[in-house]
Ligand binder design. Structure first.
Ligand code: PML
Ligand code: MG
Length: 267
């Protein structure tokens, strides 16, 4: 078990009112100053530009729910078109209908701070605030050796031992995707990074696991976002949003690095 009490340390950075970057950790009290400083430094060095507003918030994490990381597989794609087509194919094979319409809605996520929450079948938008979207937050990789499914924790995770605090896209995304798939009513997620120099994205669901798609957008493109697909009665939507935004979660067994994709047969 990590030292108690645990705190969520969150960083949000913006420039001229537009979201630039965000990150968070769940750490014991003794690590809060170090982690807050590292997240502020990271906000100042973001490739999307220098922010004019950086907010660091520290709040008690309570007793986090522990969940296993989704299994990870890598799909090698060479172009954005190939990556988007592969994402669509995976979602369709997983039982998501109307995939082309869902993919077309993706551009509406670019200006949002959080994710679009979409009814997977009717395509009705379920976020209470459409400009903001729904933010999956209060989550981190579980410290190494701290639970039944524990594996070596990812760089940037929240262990008792100091670990690098630089951005690790994969480690942060697998934590978020695992939490999202544990939310009531969520059936799948699609993500394209909004970092201009990061072209890898993923689709995730309980049955697909976390499918990394090595190229899903062109390098240099600052547009990205997330769609969470929901299926269930409307009465479940508040529970889903509460879980995503308020329940503290530690994800166990986060791999240290993503797996290599299977080699392509020689032509
Ligand atoms: C982000 O951090 O901007 C999202 C990254 C998604 C893909 C992460 C990966 O598996 O490398
Ligand atoms: Mg980003």
């Amino acid at each position: 078990m990590p030292d108690l009490p645990l705190f969520c340390v969150k960083m949000r950075a913006s420039a001229a009112g537009a979201h630039v970057s965000g990150a968070e950790r769940i750490v014991p009290a003794a690590r809060v100053p170090e982690v807050a400083a590292a997240l502020a430094a990271r906000a100042l060095a973001h490739p999307k530009g220098t922010p004019d507003d950086i907010r660091i918030r520290v709040e008690p994490a309570g007793d986090p729910l522990r969940i296993p990381a989704l299994p990870v597989a890598t799909e090698r794609t060479a172009t954005a078109a190939e990556g988007l087509a592969r994402a669509a194919e995976l979602l369709a094979a997983d039982g998501v209908a109307r995939v082309p319409e869902i993919m077309a809605l993706f551009r509406e996520t670019y200006a949002m701070r959080g994710a679009m929450l979409l009814d997977a079948d009717t395509l009705e938008r379920l976020e209470p605030d459409r400009a903001r979207g729904v933010r999956a937050t209060r989550m981190d990789a579980a410290p190494e050796g701290s639970g039944p499914c524990a594996a070596p924790a990812a760089p940037g995770g929240s262990g008792a031992l100091p670990r690098p605090l630089a951005k690790n896209h994969f480690a942060e995304a697998i934590v978020l995707a695992s939490k999202v798939q544990a939310a009531p009513g969520i059936v799948a997620e699609i993500c394209v990074s909004d970092d201009p120099d990061y072209a890898t994205g993923y689709v995730a669901s309980k049955s697909l696991g976390y499918r990394r798609i090595t190229t899903i957008k062109e390098k240099g493109d600052p547009c990205g976002g997330r769609i969470f697909l929901f299926r269930g009665p409307r009465s479940l939507v508040p529970d889903c949003i509460r879980f995503l935004q308020e329940r503290s979660v530690l994800v166990e067994g986060v791999p240290a690095a993503p797996p290599e994709p299977p080699a392509r047969p020689a032509r």
